[in-house]
Each structure stands twice: as structure tokens, then as C-alpha cells.
Design a protein around this ligand. Structure first.
Ligand SMILES: [Zn+2]
Length: 222
């Protein structure tokens, strides 16, 4: 890790994507944090135009800063889609400064938006690992998980309803059988009730009861 003066409000440290630049002191919004610097490449020169690395910072269609040099601490600053800093480009002065666009607290990683071209070329193919994109991915994963759970619960409810329906159907059949059996009994009673013989029997018993006391009475009185 490069040695950085303790007077500076930042240090190089481990980040989610490798190394990154972190605030060590509060950095106020609008403050120039660090200069992005390196040899100037002139695209009109064949040798300069042939230089290829991830740290090229295009100032305009002629000049590009080759930021791959060790002394360029700004090259440690990672890209973020919702950054707390920006690149302040001064093409005429051929200078770039990284400036805070928010108040940055100690411990916070400093980042700026690398721009659409870089994003398309380097980040989109591997998936941007910035906090905002991670948060978006996490939210999507949570939503997908919730959707899976919802579908599972729905399937379970459906299965339960089906089982209940089957049980109800089975119960109905059982009930019908019972009713039939009862019906037979009832019919039997009915038959007995309506049947002259049994009706007669019952009446006979009743009449018998009603008759006996009288006979007792008559016996007692007799
Ligand atoms: Zn991102």
C-alpha cells in the first residue's frame, strides 16, 4: 500500500472490489480531495495513442491522462453509481481533481462515477459492485425470494383446498352411506309404523296397559 501523509484526509484500504480510497477525516462537500494525475498522452502521437490501460482519463479528443502511475493515489478511487465525489475536469489546464459532492465521514469510501464509456466497457460485463448496485441486487434477490415464498404458499393453499375437497367428498359419500343405512332403518320403522301388524301390536300394548289398571282397580274394589 502506498504511503500517504497523515495530513491527507484519506488512506488506501481494502474495499469490496479490491483496494479503495477511504476518508480518514471529515471531508466537506465541494472540497478538492485529490488530483488525478499522470503523464499526458497526445493521441496524435502513435506511441501515446497505443497506450492501453484501465487508468486512462480522457480530457478531450486530443489529450488523455495516463493515471496508471504509482504516485497517482486517485487511481485507487473506485467507481460508484451513486458516488460521494466527482471528477472535476479542467481540459484547458489539463488537470483533473476529485471533488466531494457530499459531506464524507471518516471511514467512508470515496468514489466517483467513471462515466458511461468505462461502465459499458469494464463494469457492465462483470456487474457493477458499487453499494447502490449491490443494494439493488439485494433488493431484487429479496423480491425473488418473497415471490418464491408467495408461490409456495399459494401452491400449499391450493393443495390444502384440494385435500379438503377430497376429504369432504369422501365424507359426503360416507354420510350418504350412513343416510342410506338410516333410511333403511327409518323405512323399516315407517314400514312397521304403517304396517298393520306392528301398529296393531303397539296399540294392543297401550290398550293392554290402559286396560290392566282398570282390572286391578276393579280387582281391588272387588
Ligand atoms: Zn453501480
Amino acid at each position: 500500500m502506498p504511503a500517504i501523509s497523515s495530513k491527507k484526509p484519506y488512506r488506501v484500504g481494502r474495499s469490496s472490489t479490491g483496494l479503495g480510497l477511504f476518508a480518514t477525516k471529515p471531508i466537506k462537500k465541494g472540497t478538492k480531495i485529490v488530483r488525478y494525475f499522470g503523464p499526458l498522452l497526445d493521441c496524435k502521437k502513435k506511441k501515446d495513442d497505443a497506450v492501453e490501460n484501465k487508468y486512462l482519463f480522457e480530457l478531450n479528443n486530443r489529450w488523455t491522462i495516463d493515471g496508471s502511475v504509482r504516485e497517482n493515489i486517485a487511481r485507487y478511487i473506485n467507481h460508484a453509481c451513486k458516488p460521494n465525489a466527482e471528477s472535476d475536469v479542467r481540459p484547458r489546464k489539463r488537470k483533473v481533481f476529485i471533488r466531494a459532492i457530499k459531506n464524507i465521514e471518516p471511514g467512508e469510501e470515496i468514489n466517483y462515477d467513471y462515466g458511461t464509456d468505462y461502465f459499458k466497457a469494464y463494469l457492465k460485463p462483470i456487474g457493477c459492485k458499487c453499494a447502490a448496485c449491490e443494494k439493488k441486487r439485494k433488493k431484487k434477490r429479496a423480491e425473488a425470494r418473497a415471490e418464491r415464498l408467495r408461490l409456495k404458499a399459494k401452491a400449499e393453499r391450493k393443495a390444502l383446498r384440494k385435500a379438503e375437497k377430497l376429504a369432504a367428498k369422501a365424507g359426503k359419500q360416507h354420510g350418504l352411506n350412513g343416510a342410506k343405512a338410516n333410511g333403511v332403518k327409518l323405512n323399516g320403522k315407517h314400514l312397521n309404523g304403517h304396517g298393520g301388524k306392528s301398529a296393531g301390536k303397539i296399540i294392543a300394548v297401550k290398550s293392554g296397559i290402559s286396560v290392566r289398571p282398570k282390572s286391578r282397580e276393579s280387582r281391588a274394589s272387588a
